[in-house]
Design a protein around this ligand. Structure first.
Ligand code: SAM
Ligand code: DTB
Ligand code: SF4
Length: 326
């Protein structure tokens, strides 16, 4: 059962590994909860200030009307969620939002666009946004869909620090969730980003109806990338009325915490982001996620189109837990 994983030496725990097997990762999931959290927290403390949490803010720079059919997503044209599609924002409005985020304590500003892939004049405008946001002293992140090698290079030259592109789930379950782009398409985009020397932000979603074997497999894929992503967002599904996943049952909160802990163990140097879904989590659950090794959040009242805890609630949580921005 779990003896192999539980018995690893401290030295091998320290190593950044890319060859985790499904059996090893399953045995981590199967550890007694206290053992798993102890192990994750011990690894976390070796590499990070345990009370520091990196703060990112999201802005949807182009909302809705997306041709992809991701079944969790309120922005897909395939689902009737009542979301009003919008054009790409003006550059000045984005810069103003970035200044506000910085004033509120964010160190990274992530711009999200509901595109299959960026094109033409819109892409040029995003390049300008990236360099303007960077000039404000913020780390820049973008999530714009699939990229080719040249686009990744152009983003790098504009000053992009991170590109977010998620694997979302396991390769085995993926076809249940998205049909308009393949798992390989995602891996290809990640290769282009890495080759352009942009930091990769890549994670997934828990609660899509996948089972534990899929969570194991997704985390093995993430840890098996040629380099561990610098940031690993773990999202809890936000169920949006009108999407095919609106009626998914609640995910077991402790299974979500386990997923964070295993991500921390597998990718000891990465920032693990407690990402979407915090509005539905208690303070206690979030505290457990931080204890399991999550050390990044999205801060601000909105994610892309759905809600996030208001900043007063997050400030109170940080105060209660003695956490501080990284
Ligand atoms: N359109 C681009 C793409 O998909 O590559 C970028 C934006 S997309 C909204 C970024 C990520 O947000 C998705 O890959 C997915 O992991 C996450 N996401 C979207 N809707 C979500 C939801 N309802 N609940 C949790 N995560 C969600
Ligand atoms: C990520 O992994 N989660 C963020 C970010 N990357 C772009 C997006 C969450 C979106 C949640 C649904 C919404 O607000 O539309
Ligand atoms: Fe489009 Fe991204 Fe939503 Fe998929 S997740 S429908 S690609 S905005």
């Amino acid at each position: 059962m779990n003896t192999q994983a539980a018995g690893r030496s401290e030295i091998s725990e320290n190593a950044v590994r890319h060859d985790w097997t499904h059996a090893e990762v399953r045995s981590l999931f199967e550890l007694p909860f206290n053992d798993l959290l102890y192990r994750a927290q011990s690894i976390h403390r070796r590499h990070f200030d345990p009370n520091a949490v990196q703060i990112s803010t999201l802005l949807s720079i182009k909302t809705g009307g997306c041709p992809e059919d991701c079944s969790y997503c309120p922005q897909s044209v395939h689902h009737d969620t009542g979301l009003e599609p919008e054009h790409l924002m003006d550059i000045e409005a984005v810069v103003t939002a970035a200044r506000r985020a910085r004033a509120a304590g964010a160190t990274r500003f992530c711009m999200g666009a509901a595109w299959r892939n960026p094109r033409g004049r819109n892409f040029e405008r995003v390049l300008e946004m990236v360099s303007r946001v960077r000039a404000e002293g913020l780390e820049t992140c973008a999530t714009l869909g699939m990229l080719d090698g040249e686009q990744a290079q152009q983003l790098k030259e504009a000053g992009l620090d991170y590109y977010n592109h998620n694997l979302d789930t396991s390769p085995e379950f993926y076809g249940e969730i998205i049909s308009t782009r393949s798992y390989q398409d995602r891996l290809d985009t990640l290769t282009h980003v890495r080759e352009a020397d942009i930091n990769v932000c890549c994670g997934g979603i828990v609660g899509l109806g996948e089972d534990r074997a899929d969570r194991v497999s997704m985390l093995c894929e993430l840890a098996g990338l040629p380099e561990h992503p610098g940031s690993v967002p773990i999202n809890q599904l936000v169920r949006v009325e009108g999407t095919p996943l609106a009626a998914e049952p609640d995910i077991d909160a402790l299974e979500f915490v386990r997923t964070i802990a295993v991500a921390r163990i597998l990718m000891p140097l990465s920032h693990v982001r407690l990402s979407a879904g915090r509005s539905d989590m208690s303070e206690e659950m979030q505290a457990l996620c931080f204890h399991a090794g999550a050390n990044s959040i999205f801060y601000g009242e909105k994610l892309l189109t759905t809600g996030n805890p208001d900043t007063a609630r997050d400030d109170a949580l940080f105060e209660q837990l003695g956490l501080h921005p990284a």
